[in-house]
Unconditional design. Structure first.
Length: 465
């Protein structure tokens, strides 16, 4: 049985409406004001709402807003006098299903309510079907059948329908953005935007402006006011990639948004409310950065409500054949080359490779091989994945930290050794780049702020003084 909410401040009108609706076996709940309607909508589910335009404590538009907040699928029908038809049309533009002009015929009322209830049913059924498809497909773009990937997909399915903040961690190239998109696509915010930003791609000032927006004249070059990505993602999802690179000032502003849902544009004194679900990714150890004083501890615990760790490709090698098949098909489609296959030797070479660049490196290797290969079958020679041979007597290449560890003595004071090694690597990078800190940071895999911190920590100056 469908339930209808009738909102009108005239008792006689509510009785007439209720009487007509009950004759058609609708269940009716009555409200005499906006406040009563708000309470009813918060407590019960309705298939339709019939509201007068003029109420004692407000207007029908407020009821429309309350209905949309409580359940965006419910159909709202307005009652209006002839003199306010234009206002009723405006209400429809803002999301109302239909309007009925007073005085009305009972058959017109019932026909309109019948269509409203049917519309609500269709919208809800469509929503249920879409959710079912998402559950059946799972995170279809996250390929693989290894235990690690199966566990990851299960966690995504559990966390996606919630509004919890998710911290996605993993090495570069493991697919952190893919996981973020899978979470958004399976969430209740899927119809709203997913806005993504790479925090490492901006300087401190530009990142704050990008995230929180700015007012006209807030800084040099700010010729007009601009909303930030938080506002652009309102009611949707914001994905912060490489969040570990954020400055302490940006971290403080982010903490406020997470705490009370309000932000302040640069140059503004007026707080703005936003409703955003936050997904955060980083390849760094944020707990280590907290200990180093580079990341706020209170913000870390706000972000790590639900941590999702993505295993590197070398720890789930059983997924490599399926990923190869996917990337071969994508390369044929996107690069306009023949669909190729891998020889047993090529597959063996890939299965034995360490993959420091993870899935991104595998995709690049496949694309390169598809372009350069002249045969239908790609051979092992098309994959330059073996360490370089420096000839007899030359020092072997170190392809992993484990190789370096084997060369060290068993008795070693770790902290002094690591500090000495870190300082030496930084000095070597500065020398190789003639003191260009940005390039040195890139070669070391550090952000500019990280390198500046370490230069101060080790008191390194280039050239040495």
């Amino acid at each position: 049985m469908s339930t209808i909410l009738v909102v009108d401040d005239e008792p006689s009108m509510r009785r007439i409406l209720a009487s007509n609706l009950k004759q058609e076996r609708y269940e009716v709940v009555e409200a005499a004001s906006v406040a009563q309607a708000r309470r009813a909508l918060a407590q019960d589910a309705f298939e339709a709402v019939i509201t007068d335009q003029k109420l004692g404590d407000g207007e029908g538009l407020e009821v429309l807003v309350c209905a949309n907040q409580a359940d965006a699928t419910v159909s709202v029908v307005f009652l209006t006098a002839f003199a306010t038809v234009e206002l009723a049309v405006e209400s429809m533009r803002r999301g109302a299903f239909d309007f009925i002009a007073k005085p009305f015929l009972p058959e017109v009322l019932l026909a309109t309510v019948r269509r409203a209830v049917e519309h609500t049913g269709l919208v809800r059924e469509n929503t249920r079907l879409r959710e079912a498809v998402v559950r059946l497909e799972g995170s279809s773009e996250i390929r693989g059948h290894s235990p690690a990937i199966k566990a990851l997909r299960e966690k995504i399915a559990r966390v996606a329908p919630t509004n919890a903040t998710v911290l996605i961690t993993g090495e570069t190239g493991t697919g952190k953005e893919l996981v973020a998109r899978a979470i958004h696509r399976s969430s209740r915010r899927a119809a709203k935007p997913l806005v993504a930003v790479n925090c490492a791609a901006f300087t401190e000032t530009l990142l704050e402006s990008e995230l929180f927006g700015h007012e006209r004249g807030a800084f040099t070059g700010a010729e007009r006011a601009r909303e930030g990505l938080f506002e652009a993602a309102h009611e949707g999802t914001l994905f912060l990639d490489e969040a570990g690179e954020m400055s302490m000032a940006a971290q403080a502003k982010l903490l406020r948004v997470l705490t009370d849902g309000q932000l302040m544009r640069i140059g503004s004194t007026r707080p703005r409310s936003v409703d955003v679900r936050l997904l955060v990714a980083t390849h760094r150890d944020l707990q280590a950065r907290v200990r180093e004083g580079l990341f706020r501890e209170d913000l870390y615990y706000r972000l790590a409500v639900v941590p999702l760790a993505i295993a590197p490709l070398r720890e789930r090698r059983e997924d490599i054949p399926e990923l190869c098949e996917l990337f071969l098909a994508q390369a044929a489609r996107d690069l306009k080359v023949p669909l190729r296959k891998l020889s047993p030797g090529a597959m063996a070479a890939l299965m034995a490779y360490h993959f420091p660049g993870n899935i991104r490196e595998l995709k690049n290797l496949i694309e390169r091989a598809c372009i350069l290969s002249t045969d239908h079958q790609i051979s092992a020679e098309n994959f330059p994945v073996n360490p370089p041979n420096h000839g007899p007597g030359a020092r072997a290449a170190l392809s992993a930290p484990e190789d370096l560890a084997r060369l060290l003595p068993e008795r070693l004071e770790l902290r002094p050794f690591l500090s000495t090694l870190e300082r030496a690597l930084i000095e070597r990078a500065l020398k190789a780049t003639a003191g260009a800190q940005a390039e040195a940071a890139r070669r070391l895999g550090l952000s500019r702020s990280d390198l500046s911190y370490k230069l101060a920590k080790f008191r390194i100056r280039y050239p040495a003084q």
